[in-house]
Design a protein around this ligand. Sequence first.
Ligand code: GLU
Length: 451
Amino acid sequence: MNSIDEKLQPILAEVIRRNAGETEFHQAVHEVLESLGRVVAKHPHYLEQALVERICEPERQIIFRIPWIDDRGQVQINRGFRVQFNSALGPYKGGMRFHPSVNVGIIKFLSFEQTFKNALTGMPIGGAKGGSDFDPKGRSEAEIMRFCQSLVTELHRHVGEYTDVPAGDIGVGGREIGYMFGQFKRLTNRYEAGVITGKALAYGGSCARTESTGYGNSYFVQAMLETRGTGFDGRKVVVSGSGNVAIYTIEKVQSFGGKVIACSDSGGYVLDDAGIDLALLKEIKEARRQRISEYAKAKGASARFVETGRGSVWDIPCEVAMPSATQNELSGRDAAKLIGNGVIAVGEGANMPCTPEAIRAFREAGILFGPGKAANAGGVTTSALEMQQNASRDTWTFEKTEARLASIMRSIHDLCHATAEEYGAPGDYVLGANIAGFVRVAEAMRMLGVI
Ligand code: GLU
């Protein structure tokens, strides 16, 4: 559908050359540059001032050793990362991911995406991401605490309320945020609540932060559906994943009258034609921290578990698909299957869950497609609201916080929609999100001189 404008091609070639082997980062840059041809044609100063090149180069990349001692007394070594991509709009902001697949390319793509996502929210936050190749699976509470403490022993010198504000992502939830904040407080002797978000309510967290990514994606998809005069009511929905994003997507979609019939984890997926039993799912995933296969065991004959490798969650016929697990989880083949089964809308709850082939297929078929940097911005939006509450030493009610989230998601949707129209591609949210996010960051950078 779109190819890269010839003036932008050398920029991509240079990104690939100097970030060799970082395929996810190349993929994320490719997607943004594909959208920018119309922008540089209209505003050539972005090229003259090398703003596109500058935006593709992280401001700072930190890689460090994380030594820690496991429960058997053995020394373990992991690698820690923080890529502070862009601070034109505010302090660096973005989550930490703990997963064995983490490497510098993954963190670089995530922090690049985060920069545009954060710009779309309209909040004063720059873009960053961090994490480690640490695998929390099978680790005890004490091991997780020692690991978090060791990580922060290095990270604390690079973060701060006005510098860089981490949060959670895959493998990092309220428990890990608590251990990281606790160690930061000890090392700095400061109660700097705004240094990290995703905190528990007990010590400066925000209502609705846990729910916000899933809720936000649901609001975004609802707004896309409204442009076609419809909504979630009575529709069959498939959500992948069963972590924080997936669980609260299911909750909000159900409240909008949608019927979520499947969700998954790395071991496989469950199909429950009666609609996912959210209380049971929460019990298994949030309280017991077990595999999704336990859901089917508890439900007996009414639910089916299909192991990974024996089928894809995207083979299930549905009208709305909300990929909420991880990057590149939905392939071109999966997209073709979904389109054949009559899908009308896709909202990316995870970061970059659809491959470029899948995105192309959805756009060509005229499916409503909400790209992650817009559709999943609800999490970081509520993080920015948490920062506001911390700065004013205030706490808001759940209702007030959710109302702010809903109105910001609506404005992100409307901005992407209007931008796509302005640039001659009505209904193309990928183009709208990439252009609107880029213009906000590029304009701020232009005003700040050659930075
Ligand atoms: N990890 C989340 C994201 O991908 C949230 C980041 C944050 O709250 O800073 O946007």
